[in-house]
Design a protein around this ligand. Structure first.
Ligand code: HEC
Length: 166
């Protein structure tokens, strides 16, 4: 590396670390960000589940998030086998494995959104078997994620005893 370009590199490094340090300054100055807003309300409808039931459903939710990641990662690498594997983890089989006492506690619209989501994952797996272009699969995934968003906006879980979501 010649001297001028070395100087340039050192200067750039200096400037970027200084900018970074400035970003952290407000914290150091005692300003810890925004205060808590007042009157925070969660108006979502409650689905009553015991702690155990909730654990089971939450584990499935985390699996679905992992499937979303696996599908997008597979698509980004053009690895359709990975897409199929990731999507299949969250297909209809997942719903069928859910113990029926839990399923019976779900309100009908909740079950329908769940069904649509699992079906979307199966369709993604099916589509990925024949399609090489990631765009239509991404479109399907995006449609499936709309169910996640809609259901999360409408429902929350709470335990019958405390009723506070814990
Ligand atoms: C049929 C309704 C429904 C659908 C569809 C749904 N979720 Fe959820 N999910 C919930 C509810 C309710 C909670 C708990 C929210 C609460 O109590 O605050 C939750 C919680 C979660 C959590 C947190 C789990 C934990 O460990 O606490 C993750 C992650 C999650 N969902 C991911 C997803 C993803 C990804 C999708 C779509 C692929 C999805 N969910 C679709 C209803 C749904």
């Amino acid at each position: 590396m010649r001297l001028p370009s070395l100087c340039c590199a050192v200067l750039t490094l200096l400037i970027s670390t200084t900018t970074f340090a400035q970003d952290l300054m407000p914290m150091a100055g005692g300003n810890m960000g925004n205060p808590m807003p007042k009157n925070v309300e969660d108006n979502r409808q409650v689905v009553l589940l015991t702690a155990e039931e909730r654990s089971i459903v939450a584990a499935e939710m985390r699996q679905m998030l992992a499937s979303v990641q696996g599908v997008t990662d597979g698509l980004s690498r053009g690895d359709m086998q990975a897409v199929i594997a990731a999507a299949s983890e969250s297909g209809m089989a997942m719903m069928q494995n859910l113990p029926s006492p839990i399923r019976m506690k779900f309100p009908a619209p909740f079950s329908q959104m769940g069904l649509a989501t699992h079906r979307a994952f199966d369709q993604i797996a099916q589509e990925a078997k024949t399609i090489k272009d990631p765009a239509p699969v991404l479109k399907q995934l995006s449609g499936g994620i709309q169910n996640c968003i809609a259901c999360h906006a409408t429902y929350r879980f709470a335990s019958p005893k405390s009723n506070n979501g814990m």
